[in-house]
Structures are given as structure tokens and as C-alpha cells.
Design a binder for this molecule. Sequence first.
Ligand SMILES: Nc1nc2c(ncn2[C@@H]2O[C@H](COP(=O)(O)OP(=O)(O)O)[C@@H](O)[C@H]2O)c(=O)[nH]1
Ligand SMILES: [Mg+2]
Length: 302
Amino acid sequence: MPTNVSPEFSKAQSKYLEAKTDEERLGALKEMIKFMPQHKGAEALRANIRQRFKKLRQYLEKKERQKKIRKKEGIKKQGIQVVLCGLTNSGKSSLLSILTNAKPLIAEYEFTTKKPILGALNYQGLLFQIIDMPAINHENFEQGLANTADILLVVITKPEELEETLPFLEKSIGKKIVVINKIDLLSQEEKRKFEARIKTKRFPCCLVSCKTSEGLENLKSILFENSEVIRVYTKEPGKAVDKTPIIMPANSTIGQLAEKIFKKGIKIKEVRITGPSSKFPNQKVGLKHQLKDKDVVEFYTN
Ligand SMILES: Nc1nc2c(ncn2[C@@H]2O[C@H](COP(=O)(O)OP(=O)(O)O)[C@@H](O)[C@H]2O)c(=O)[nH]1
Ligand SMILES: [Mg+2]
């Protein structure tokens, strides 16, 4: 090691040797680079320090990315999880802000959204967790979330965007709904053709404008229809129907409902049902009876 180094360099070098964290080490290396001896004999030293700095920085960046991913994976699923997917500027953040209480950044420049942002939508007794995502071709697009969400809202403004977006969603298990946004910019004829083209691909589809709010109520009801859950109302004998529905997966049975609402060991003597799944009001049914949306169920227990 050459001895003719500046006092600043020596100080930075001590800092490096005494550093307790990688971050401190990186800071010290940066200072060492700043005060590196410039004479010819120190060439190898300079290269060595630069190399160490580069390696450590790469390592720390990778660690940071992993930390972020872990944090993102920590999004707790609540209600029915809906992810907004699409190219940049299609209006995903606008949709989130108009459907929920969330306040994402919205702008006409590209890639405004850098991480997933959550919002909650309560509709017809159902809770939707809506997640605004970076554009599908952005490095921060969260494949994992897109793969596991219950519903994907594919937000597009031109028919070709659907073909561009779908390859990123090949592994998704959720139901895909195509949202054609910015219809305030389209003529009646353009809207009709656009919708017809998407429908040939057999996707549920709806036309909206975040600018005029047109089509948003329709979007909510399409979300509801595709959520594959049912609302079941319960009633204690002799009392009024409970106003808050119990949300169950579609095709649930009376037995599964009972499991959800009663403690283990409670004996069910009789079940009566009124609603879409009953042949007549107050029909007596067994535990294997399959429920439908808006059924009213009366349990007689001990
Ligand atoms: N005319 C019109 N502009 C919209 C509509 N929705 C969003 N925008 C605009 O499109 C741009 C991109 O919106 P943003 O929500 O940030 O898109 P994201 O990149 O998909 O999140 C912004 O300038 C919005 O104001 C719409 O329905 N009509
Ligand atoms: Mg955005």
C-alpha cells in the first residue's frame, strides 16, 4: 500500500475499517474514492477501491430490492382482491382514486405509479381490496400479486393494448375483466366497435370514463357478478332478518354456513330457507342444501 496518501484518504480508510454496517462501509469507500491518491503508482489501489465500491453497492441494491419484495408480499388480503393491470397511462391510478378512498399519484407522464397502492371499495355488502399497480411492463410490476388476485381489471384505452397486456397475466388464476377507459374521447361508433372486438374474446367488459364517471356503477356491478361469492342473510326464529349479510363462496352449503357462524358442538335441529334457492318460503332443508345469493336462512338450535 503506498504511503504517500492524503490525510483525508487515511481518515476515510480508518472509517472503512471501523465501519459496523455495509451502509457505513459504502459511505467510507465513497470518501476514499474522492480522496484517492492520483499518482501513477496508485493505479492498482484506485481500481481495487472502485471495484469494492461497485460490488458493495450492487449487493446493497439487491438487498433493498428483496426487502421491498418481501414488504410487498406482505399485503394482507382482505375481502375480494382486485388488481389493476395495464400499460402506463391507461388510467389505473385514476380508477383506484375514483372507486376507493385511496389517493394515488395521477399524471400524464409515464410510470407515475412505482409501487402497489391499496384502496377499499364497499359495494352491496362486499369488501373489495383494490390494488393499483405499476404498469405491466415496469420493473416494479408485481407478478406475484397479479398471479394470485381474485380478479384482474385489465385497463385499456385501445384494442391493441389487450394483446400487449395479456401475456403478462398468463399465470393469473383470477378472473379477468376488461375495462375500456377514457371513453369520453371516443365516438359512439368507436365505442361500439371497441366493445364488440373485446367481447369476441369472451371477456366480461365494461366501458368507463374516469373523467366523466360514466360506466363506473356498471363496473361495480360487473365486479360483484364476477366475485363468485354470495350474500346470505340469517334470521333467528321469531326475530327479524339480520341486515348484515354473511359472505360465502358461491356454491356454499348450509353446512358450511353453519360452520362459519356457530361454535363447534352446537346442535342444529332444523333449518328453514326462504329465497332464490328455496322451492317455497320456509322450506325445510338439510345441511347439504346449496345456497344462492340473497337466501334467508333460519337456524333452529338447542
Ligand atoms: N380523458 C380522460 N383522461 C383520463 C381518464 N382517465 C385517466 N385519464 C388521464 O390519463 C392520465 C394517466 O392516468 P393515470 O391514472 O395516472 O394512469 P396509470 O398510469 O394507468 O395509473 C392522467 O393524465 C389522467 O388524468 C379518462 O377517463 N378520460
Ligand atoms: Mg398509475
